[in-house]
Ligand binder design. Structure first.
Ligand code: PMP
Ligand code: GLN
Length: 375
């Protein structure tokens, strides 16, 4: 008997595989295809010959923990204790899984806002807790009244993802005020804040939970160096949580991975001294704008994109097919792979929306757009 009967292979795997089989341009799964900063690859090459190949301490390579604390201080003016409040993880995926498994008990309820990234549900179910899905508004802002209605005595956690995958929406001041008011009424509810795209926002500045004192004593903040440094395959990220939650999270972490890839930890730690993390947004803003300009004469309608490296587009002017079928045909007939947005919802949806990843070199974006303009 399956423990996760309704879980199937992730749409990111399915679409990337199909893209490879048909030699299509892969704008589906989110990963950059341009070269990694040479300063970072040089560090890794040098480290290969140094004594950095054995286990780091369980929470992370100590200098990296300190650098993360410095990064959080410089980005958000928050002081965190490296030894007790930071955990280096094998990507944000492991941070999310470990936190949910450590903190949810059987019959707890965890609120997820749809459309939502696919990593949240499985660890909730494996904890014998219950995911409660609440739809975002049509413009992808949270529907705070419906969220409040979904709260009960069983609610143990609410998960937010800001900036938001797949829609590129970011939360504003008023959203945070409403969230804080709501959580004040529910002192036992924890907040998991998936902020893996925290350094990829455009016109509007990212508001991190790090800057919200009312949330900090119950918040698990998750970030990913894979996104920030264009190295998704390294699977390295971290979480920040108050000591009393971190103690529980580490109990699971030590048996899930114990510690994370040492050479990547040392490399990221050294690189943090060299990189200007605020340049990441301008890099992706240029890419977003370029991709949108290239698609101006296509029949796709582009949705707003405030952050992340994803562009959502409507194909309602092009086809009446559902988004999964349309994505398949986009690959087989036009040689471009995208992600159907309906797969980010628990219930079946017919939205005619698909997601493109624009974290690509200009040549790739140009060729993909050329093909899309021919549709
Ligand atoms: N959360 C969101 C919203 C993501 O988009 C991703 C990766 N695409 C992750 C978590 C997982 O990040 P990582 O690759 O660091 O595990
Ligand atoms: N998060 C990436 C995306 O949204 C995919 C990561 C994965 O393949 N698991 O495309």
């Amino acid at each position: 008997m399956s423990k996760l009967p309704n879980v199937t292979t992730s749409i990111f795997t399915v679409m990337s595989k199909m893209a490879a089989e048909h030699n299509a341009i892969n704008l589906s799964q989110g990963f950059p295809n341009f070269p990694v900063d040479e300063r970072l690859t040089k560090i890794v090459s040098r480290l290969a010959h140094e004594d950095v190949h054995q286990y780091t301490p369980m929470s992370g390579y100590p200098p990296l923990l300190t650098k993360i604390a410095t990064l959080v201080k410089s980005s958000y003016n928050r002081n965190i204790r490296p030894e007790t409040e930071i955990l280096v993880t094998a990507g944000a995926t492991q941070a999310i899984f470990t936190s949910l498994l450590a903190l949810l008990k059987p019959n707890d309820e965890a609120i997820i806002l749809d459309p939502s990234y696919d990593s949240y549900e499985a660890p909730i179910l494996l904890s014998h807790a219950k995911p409660i899905r609440v739809a975002l508004n049509d413009d992808y802002t949270p529907h705070w009244e419906n969220i409040e209605k979904a709260f009960s005595e069983k609610t143990r956690m609410i998960i937010i993802n800001n900036p938001h995958n797949p829609t590129g929406k970011i939360l504003n001041e008023s959203d945070f005020e409403k969230l804080e008011l709501l959580l004040e009424k529910y002192p036992n509810v924890l907040l998991l804040s998936d902020e893996v795209y925290e350094y990829i926002t455009f016109e509007q500045k990212h508001i991190s939970t790090h800057t919200r004192p009312k949330l900090l004593d119950r918040c698990i903040m998750v970030s990913s160096f894979g996104k920030s440094f264009h190295v998704t395959g390294w699977k390295i990220g971290y979480l920040v949580a108050p000591d009393y939650l971190m103690k529980e999270i580490k109990k699971v972490h030590q048996f899930l991975v114990f510690s994370v890839n040492s050479i990547c930890q040392v490399a990221v730690s050294e690189y943090l001294d060299l990189v200007n993390i605020n340049e990441i947004s301008s890099l992706y803003q240029e890419k977003r704008d370029y991709f949108r300009t290239l698609l101006k004469n296509s029949r796709f309608e582009l949705m707003p994109c405030e952050g992340t490296y994803f562009q959502v587009a409507s194909y309602a002017n092009i086809s009446k097919e559902n988004d999964v079928d349309f994505c398949k045909r986009l690959i087989t007939e036009y040689g471009v792979a995208a992600i159907p947005i309906s797969t980010f919802y628990a219930d079946e949806k017919d939205l005619k929306l698909i997601r493109f990843c624009f974290a690509k070199d200009n040549q790739t974006l140009e060729e993909a757009a050329k093909r899309m303009c021919e549709i």
